[in-house]
Design a protein around this ligand. Sequence first.
Ligand SMILES: CC(C)(COP(=O)(O)OP(=O)(O)OC[C@H]1O[C@@H](n2cnc3c(N)ncnc32)[C@H](O)[C@@H]1OP(=O)(O)O)[C@@H](O)C(=O)NCCC(=O)NCCS
Length: 164
Amino acid sequence: MQQFDIRPEEPDDWWEVEALYDLCFAPGREALSSYRLRDDVPPVAELSLVARDGQGILAGAIRFWPVHVGAHDALLLGPVAVHPTHQGEGLGGYLIQQGVEAGRDIGWDRVMLVGDAPYYARFGFNPLTGVEMPPPTNPDRVLGLELTPGVWSGIQGFVTRWTG
Ligand SMILES: CC(C)(COP(=O)(O)OP(=O)(O)OC[C@H]1O[C@@H](n2cnc3c(N)ncnc32)[C@H](O)[C@@H]1OP(=O)(O)O)[C@@H](O)C(=O)NCCC(=O)NCCS
C-alpha cells in the first residue's frame, strides 16, 4: 500500500468520505438497517481510516461503530469502500486488516458486519447464527470475526445501538 497515504480520519474528512460512500454504494444506503445502529452514535475515531493517492484524492475509507449484541460489546465494521478507479489493488483488504488490528490494540475482541461472505471470509469472518440485526437484514450476511478465540461462541441476541 505504498502508493497510498493512510491516516486516521479527521473531522474535515467527513463529507469527502460520505461522498465516496455515495459513489460506491447503491442509492439509499442510509436506509439500510445498519445505519439505525449508527444514528447519533459517533464512530470509533481511532479506527476510522482514510487512504489518499499521490495527488491527495480520497481512494478509500473505513469506519467502525460500537454496538451491543445482547449484553456484549462488539465493533460493527463498515462502511468500507474503495474508489472504483482503485478497486482490486488490495486497498480494501488493507484497510480492513489495519482497522481490525487497531481495534484489537485498543481492546476490542469481537467484530461484526453485514456483507458478502465470499469477500469477508478471507479475513476470517464467519456467519453469526443467532445474532439478529434490525430488520430487514438477510441473516446470511451477518458475519463475525473473533479477535480472541471463542468470543463469539454462544452469543445470541439483538444488535442494538451503543449506549456506552
Ligand atoms: C468491497 C471493496 C471495499 C473491496 O475493496 P478492494 O480494494 O476492491 O478489494 P481488494 O483489492 O482488497 O480485494 C479484491 C478482491 O476482492 C474481491 N471482491 C470484491 N468485492 C467482493 C464481493 N462483494 N464479493 C466477493 N468478492 C469480492 C475481488 O473480486 C478481488 O478478488 P481477487 O483477490 O480474487 O482478485 C470495494 O470493492 C468497494 O468499495 N465496493 C463497493 C462498496 C462495497 O460493496 N463495500 C462493502 C460493503 S459489504
